[in-house]
Design a protein around this ligand. Structure first.
Ligand code: AP5
Length: 206
């Protein structure tokens, strides 16, 4: 768990690879279904994409179903981006138990910088950053795009939504025996080293 841009995607991919488990990410699943018709839910918007582009949460009914299906078919998993509000946390309790609850901590200033500077290669899905990490190949540089919700306005809203909706879920897990906080402000390899040893000790200890 952690705010937008904390490194959930980056690090949970490594967890999935290292431990040979499924990477269940609600953000990617929703991006693959941005245009799905959800008008029957009578929410503010008729597609997941409209919520996402504004930086708002997609309705629980849509997300809970995605997670339930993914967990049903997974033999071990790392959940990335769920639960994101107290109702989703209750829904998850009805689906499975958790061994480890990992929270990445990063300052708001760093998050804004990481997200507004992020660029994606639409052909490979690779992520770059305008200041710290641009591709050498000019053809790749020319085709980079910005995620719709990485605009300054949407990023500010995503961070506010995190504080309002998701921070209370993290508080709820503080007494969980697998709860671990990791400083996500450091370079990715250092963050990974801290995560790997925390996960290994929690799993061995359980
Ligand atoms: P989602 O796709 O989950 O996005 P997010 O939580 O906003 O997070 P990001 O993917 O932007 O960041 P991240 O923490 O994964 O960091 P990353 O590793 O990419 O959700 C998008 C939208 O989908 C939501 O706004 C919502 O609308 C909807 N949604 C998703 N789940 C939902 C749910 N449960 N309920 C309702 N709606 C839901 O890293 C970010 C950048 O920083 C990258 O460029 C990376 O290279 C860089 N970086 C990573 N780590 C480091 C580091 N240590 N140092 C320097 N740079 C780093």
């Amino acid at each position: 768990m952690g705010p937008p841009g904390a490194g959930k995607g980056t690090q949970s991919e490594r967890i999935a690879e290292t431990y040979g488990i499924e990477h269940v990410t609600t953000g990617d699943a929703l991006r693959a279904n941005k245009e799905m018709d959800i008008s029957h839910l009578d929410g503010e918007h008729d597609t997941p994409g409209a919520y996402m582009d504004a930086g708002d949460l997609v309705p629980d009914a849509v997300v809970d179903e995605i997670v339930e299906r993914a967990l049903d078919s997974a033999d071990g998993f790392v959940l990335d981006g769920y639960p994101r509000n107290p109702d989703q946390a209750v829904a998850l309790e009805g689906m499975t138990d958790l061994d480890v609850v990992l929270v990445l901590e990063v300052s708001r200033e760093t998050l804004i910088n990481r997200l507004t500077g992020r660029r994606l290669d639409p052909e490979t899905g690779e992520s770059y950053h305008v200041e710290f990490d641009m591709p050498d190949d000019e053809a790749v540089r020319d085709r980079l795009v910005q995620r719709e919700d990485d605009s300054r306005e949407a990023v500010e809203n995503r961070l506010d939504v995190f504080e309002r909706e998701t921070a209370p879920v993290i508080d709820r897990y503080r007494d969980h025996e697998g709860y671990v906080e990791v400083d996500g402000e450091r370079p990715p390899d250092e963050v990974w080293a801290a995560i790997d040893s925390a996960v290994a000790s929690k799993v061995e200890g359980s």
